[in-house]
Design a protein around this ligand. Structure first.
Ligand SMILES: Nc1nc2c(c(=O)[nH]1)N[C@H]1C(S)=C(S)[C@@H](COP(=O)(O)O)O[C@H]1N2
Ligand SMILES: [Mo]
Length: 567
């Protein structure tokens, strides 16, 4: 019984394609016994009694098609017995498919096809009988390789063996090649991107993290960290790279990458970045706004390593004299628009110089060189500040009495009254957004999602974060639109729960993930699931979007609401 309960919750969280929604007639009992077998197999390996949590966490972290090692392995035994397998040796006689054809098979209804090393696989039946189907759907119609590259996969050989049973064809040779060919445009040297990203615009490249897996890991893998570019990605040669700093007592200095790495202590800061326009799409529903239509995942968490900006400035003679005069630190990127204008922004000098500000000249992300999309070779990380100030491909730093005069500091990334529209707006009248307000959102449920009414519990998961280093101290969750509330469990490290010590006050740069399992209200046909976070200043999120609507659709942090059906 213990297992059954775990199992049912497990099913709910990781398997939104409830058996009843499937076309293929799989008797519920068989699905359940499969889950049971999965559960007991894993818990006996684990020898641990909070096995549900651990299993699910482990499952979630290894996520996607990749981590289904155990699941696939399990599937192997059973499928072998139940269906004739197509041997790998049959490859030559298999039909040849174009990528276009493969791409069409991207849903339960049309069948789910994936490719791997030139082979085409129809995994519809596999998805139907295994948990994690929602995650596998991310790869539907696409190539599996990038998904497997995202997380370490242990039983690769084993998975390949299982996959071979689902082989239905081979991919057309010129399509395999074409997939790598780039056209000659300014974006042709942009780096390859992970197919799970939810693309908002291709040129320039803007994409949010796939929300279904965003909170599977506390630290977002760089490949699925949201990406927000205004221009083509500049390809910078680390050997000739120079970081210029203007406005210092001795005039301008120019640093090499080696010098930055070897002359200043290396520090690592974990910080969440959020775009000012995260959740803009909810504002768009109130009234049209201008900007990329971000949903809930223009936010991600990573570790960043590099030199503290304050160490570098001190090294070059920054002292009280300059501090009395200058007020801002401006940053310029090496990325430019067609007119040659570089991306730029600035932050207050005191944030940069503050011992507790932790502003970094970062050259690593998640323990590796910065990826091209995230600012290789150097970007500035301004923890607790809006994404826009975290200038990538950093070319120049200017210590100044003035803010950056860039478009992005002066005429963008500012908040206005819901009563202000384009005919009346005066950008000079509002301050540039720097610290962001408290935020949270639900990641594992989306509008229209169905919950099996036989479930005992509903599990809700999401993220929470606040700007300015304010720590999230509580997340409240409601299943009835805000009439009754429950307090979620917070997670502030990869290990789960609140296992890591709290950061010093004012230095909570990283998000907290949260999760709660609530008994499914009896007889409910629909749930309005809501979350709201409270930060260490007891700031909380506004109840609805309309009163915070603004023409640029920034600072969208109302209670996050998701309507799900109970069937
Ligand atoms: N040089 C440069 N820096 C930039 C940008 C840019 O387009 N060019 N975009 C900014 C914006 S608006 C955001 S939200 C963050 C996104 O950082 P990410 O792409 O690493 O997630 O980078 C900021 N830094
Ligand atoms: Mo942004």
């Amino acid at each position: 019984m213990q297992h059954l309960r775990h199992c049912r919750r497990f099913t709910l969280v990781s398997f939104p394609i409830a058996p009843r929604q499937l076309k293929s007639p799989i008797p519920a009992v068989s699905v359940h016994s499969r889950f049971l077998a999965l559960q007991s197999r894993s818990s006996s390996q684990d020898q641990h009694h909070s096995s549900y949590r651990r299993l699910r966490f482990r499952y979630a972290v290894t996520g996607l098609v990749a981590g289904t090692g155990a699941v696939l392995a399990y599937g192997l035994h059973h499928n072998k017995a139940e269906q004739p397998s197509i041997a790998l040796t049959q490859t030559n006689s298999l039909p040849v498919y174009s990528r276009e054809e493969v791409t069409k098979h991207c849903s339960i209804e049309k069948g789910i096809w994936v490719t791997y090393k030139g082979g085409v696989y129809d995994i519809t039946d596999f998805v139907a009988i295994h948990p994690g189907g929602d995650k596998i759907l991310l790869a539907a119609g696409k190539s599996l390789e990038p998904f497997w590259a995202l997380y370490a996969v242990h039983e690769q050989e084993h998975i390949l063996e299982i996959l071979s049973e689902y082989k239905v064809g081979v991919l057309q040779a010129d399509d395999r090649e074409k997939e790598d060919i780039k056209s000659a445009d300014p974006y042709s040297t942009d780096p390859p991107r992970h197919p799970a990203l939810k693309v908002n615009s291709l040129k320039p490249f803007n994409a949010e993290s796939p929300s279904a897996i965003l909170t599977d890991s506390y630290i977002t893998p760089s490949a699925i960290f949201f990406k927000r570019n205004h221009f083509p990605v500049p390809r910078v040669d680390p050997k000739t790279y120079r970081l210029k700093i203007e406005g210092l007592p001795g005039g301008t200095v120019s640093l090499t990458l080696d010098y930055l790495k070897s002359h200043f202590p290396k520090h690592t800061v974990m910080a969440t970045l959020q775009c000012a326009g995260n959740r803009r799409s909810e504002m768009n529903k109130v009234k049209q706004v201008k900007g990329l239509n971000w949903e809930i995942a223009a936010i991600s968490n990573a570790t960043w390593s590099g030199a503290y900006l304050r160490d570098v400035l001190h090294h070059y003679g920054f002292g009280p004299e300059l501090a009395a005069k200058a007020r801002h630190v401006q940053f310029e990127g090496l990325d430019v628009d067609v007119t040659g204008t570089a991306y730029g922004a600035s932050i207050p000098l005191n944030k940069a110089m503050n011992e507790e500000g932790d502003v970094l000249l970062a050259y690593e992300m998640n323990g590796e060189d910065l990826p091209a999309d995230h600012g290789f070779p150097v970007r500035v990380i301004v923890p607790g500040f809006v994404g826009a100030r975290n200038v990538k491909w950093l070319g120049k730093i200017i210590i100044s009495e003035e803010e950056s005069q860039s478009h992005w500091q002066q005429n963008d990334y500012k908040g206005f009254s819901p009563g202000t529209d384009w005919d009346t707006v005066d950008f000079k009248s509002a301050p540039a957004i720097q610290e962001l307000p408290v935020q949270s959102a639900i990641t594992n449920l989306t509008d229209g999602y169905s919950i099996d009414r036989n479930m005992e519990n509903v599990t809700v998961k999401g993220y929470s974060w606040s700007g300015g280093g304010r720590e999230v101290v509580r997340v409240d969750v409601s299943l009835d639109g805000g009439k009754t509330w429950h307090v979620a469990k917070l997670q502030n490290s990869e290990e789960g729960e609140t296992s890591a010590p709290s950061p010093p006050p004012g230095q909570a740069w990283a998000w907290k993930l949260w999760e709660i399992t609530i008994p499914l209200p009896e007889g409910a046909q629909e749930l309005e699931v809501v979350c709201k976070a409270v930060d260490s200043s007891y700031n909380t999120q506004p109840e609805s979007v309309a009163p915070i609507w603004n023409l640029r659709g920034v600072l969208s942090n109302a209670w996050h609401r998701v309507r799900v059906k109970v069937k």
